[in-house]
Write a protein that binds this ligand. Structure first.
Ligand code: ZN
Ligand code: ZN
Length: 179
């Protein structure tokens, strides 16, 4: 997503755009997008400094780490940052504005020329929302360790036997050796 600084007058305006992952430079990806990536960016220009506060929405496909089923996850996240032209001396007034606008989550990035490209920021922000261990449901029962059925969809007979042995395969082994 490219923002042309010259095309923005002083003050705030909202830019809304939809992208495919490829348009944002995400050619081959470990993330499967089920929807286009919608960005609603509130762009504030103060002199040549540009503050961007953007809401990013999409839907990505994830694989549940317990049952291995694919499921869609809604992404609704935020990217914000201040973009300052390279080699600009900071005036006290600008510094005050900056500290007012940028909180701990914001970052300050220098930009060259007249165009600010936030594509990689959008993708990094989406990446950060992805859980390390995705779960289709917090109550997902996962796969049966004995017969491999998806325990959310099917009841198998293994359950009772596993419960009676206290879920401990070593106990079963010990039992065998003692016999
Ligand atoms: Zn699951
Ligand atoms: Zn089973």
């Amino acid at each position: 997503m490219k923002i042309n600084v010259d095309g923005i007058s002083q003050g705030t305006r909202t830019i809304e755009e939809d992208f495919t992952a490829r348009q944002l430079g995400f050619a081959e990806s470990d993330i499967q997008f089920c929807k286009r990536i919608s960005v609603s960016a509130e762009v504030t220009r103060m002199g040549d400094e540009v503050y961007i506060h953007s809401i990013i929405r999409t839907n990505i496909q994830q694989e549940c780490c317990r049952c291995l089923e694919n499921f869609g996850v809604e992404v609704d996240t935020l990217f914000q940052g201040l973009f300052v032209p390279l080699k600009q001396q900071e005036s006290p007034r600008v510094h005050v504005e900056r500290s007012r606008l940028v909180d701990d989550d914001g970052k300050v990035t220098p930009y060259k020329g007249k165009v600010i490209n936030i594509s990689s920021d959008i993708l990094d922000t989406i990446r950060m929302t992805i859980p390390m261990k995705p779960l289709c449901e917090t109550s997902c029962k996962g796969l049966c360790t004995q017969c491999g059925v998806n325990r959310n969809q099917e009841e198998c007979a293994c359950g009772e036997r596993v419960i009676s042995s206290g879920y401990n395969p070593f106990k079963e082994l010990q039992g065998k050796f003692q016999k």
